[in-house]
Design a protein around this ligand. Structure first.
Ligand SMILES: Nc1ncnc2c1ncn2[C@@H]1O[C@H](COP(=O)(O)OP(=O)(O)OP(=O)(O)O)[C@@H](O)[C@H]1O
Ligand SMILES: [Mg+2]
Length: 384
């Protein structure tokens, strides 16, 4: 019961009204009890004189009669009314004081939130309000703080993102500018190689802008997933066909390991192909010539199928494993950057993670360390 009042603002308000009412009533009763005799006595003093007068009159042959009774009643009423007036004033004063105290307790946190929201609107995202108790107002304050925290994170992400993007754009732009200036000054020969170098950097810029656009769309969920039942084996075959040429040119064997009784998954075909292509492309990119890449799929429980891309490539040191899905994160930026127009902006895995999570799945990487190869796994729901 006490817990209920503790947690509900409505119950607290009801209780405070009842408290005010009770205090008013108590003050009224107590005051009238003390005030009534005094004021009655004062009026009865007048009455005493009247009675004496009446007695004298009776001796003179006239009775106390009706007039005396009426006057007694009028005096009683006057005395009672006077007492009531003081009692009402005292009760009202007590009620006003109490309601002022109660309403201050309700209004104070609302005011604090109003001031804090104003400051947040002015860009001060570190603003927080105090959380007192457990009722609805306290919950509102807690949610308000969560909102402020989130705004703060988004704001700092935005600042970092702008910094990262400027940094990413600067590298190819500086290279292009350097090559063009070299050409103009005659330091670089006007040869095919120089132009090709410029084109490679321009392509990288292009890829980067495309990737960023895709990333912002994916992260903002500005796309619709077209969920359908899909055969995992045909998805995997599509990807191996797509990347067979790339694997062939590096003499990497690209194999499939599909469990025999694979159930169908519920997913958006285009998006799953995008994830799988991203992971396989990485595996081919980070595996030296003559290596092996295998795509496997198996059912891991009643609800999920796990698809894995395993390579015998350069591997990922343990300290980098938890970061590689972060935007722009590269284990070895110089090696990734030197890649020909293919990219290497460190966004591929971020997009893959956002897509898998949009499907309700998980994605993670494993690697025994540098030079030990890597495995990238993700899960998708099976069709019920
Ligand atoms: N199979 C892999 N083997 C070893 N390292 C990998 C592998 N896949 C990813 N990485 C590491 O994770 C980093 C992030 O990969 P991600 O795909 O996000 O970016 P990227 O390949 O550098 O660029 P892009 O955005 O063009 O894909 C890579 O730079 C690389 O260091
Ligand atoms: Mg990649």
């Amino acid at each position: 019961m006490i817990e209920y009042f503790h947690r509900h603002l409505g119950a607290k308000l009801l209780l405070s009204y009842l408290a005010i009412l009770t205090v008013g009533l108590v003050v009224l009763v107590v005051a009238s009890q003390f005030l009534l005799p005094a004021s009655f006595n004062r009026h009865m003093g007048g009455m005493g004189a009247l009675m004496n007068q009446g007695m004298g009159m009776r001796m003179g042959g006239q009775g106390f009669g009706n007039a005396g009774a009426v006057s007694l009643y009028a005096d009683f009423r006057a005395g009672f009314n006077e007492a009531l007036l003081y009692a009402v004033i005292a009760a009202m004063a007590a009620a006003i004081m109490l309601s002022f105290l109660f309403s201050r307790r309700v209004v104070a946190p609302v005011r604090a939130m109003s001031r804090a929201s104003q400051r947040i609107a002015d860009g001060r995202y570190d603003e927080r309000v105090e959380v007192n108790g457990e009722d609805e107002l306290a919950q509102l304050a807690a949610h308000f703080n969560q909102m402020a925290e989130k705004l703060n994170r988004v704001e700092s992400m935005r600042r970092h993102l702008i910094g990262d993007i400027s940094h990413e754009l600067r590298t190819p732009l500086t290279a292009i500018k350097g090559s063009v200036e070299g050409l103009m000054d005659g330091i670089l020969p006007a040869a095919h190689e120089t132009y090709q170098q410029i084109q490679v950097e321009a392509d990288r810029l292009n890829r980067l802008v495309d990737d960023l656009q895709e990333l912002s769309r994916v992260e903002a969920h500005a796309y619709q997933l077209d969920m359908r039942p899909l055969e995992v084996s045909s998805l995997v075959r599509t990807v191996t066909k797509r990347l067979a040429h790339q694997a062939g040119s590096k003499r990497i064997s690209l194999n499939l390991e599909l469990a025999p009784d694979l159930p169908r998954i519920l997913a958006d075909e285009g998006r799953v192909l995008q994830v799988l292509t991203n992971l396989t492309d990485n595996a081919l990119q980070y595996t030296p010539e003559g290596g092996r890449v295998a795509i496997s799929a198996k059912r891991i429980n009643n609800n999920e199928v796990q698809i894995s891309v395993r390579d015998t490539g350069i591997g990922i040191p343990a300290e980098h494993l938890s970061h590689i899905f972060d935007r722009f994160y590269r284990v070895d930026a110089s090696r990734s950057r030197s890649r020909q127009a293919g990219g290497g902006s460190g966004i591929g895995l971020t997009i893959a993670r956002a897509l898998v999570e949009a499907h309700g799945g998980r994605i993670w990487a494993e690697s025994a360390g540098e030079g030990q190869g890597s495995v990238f796994n993700f899960t998708l729901a099976v069709v019920k």
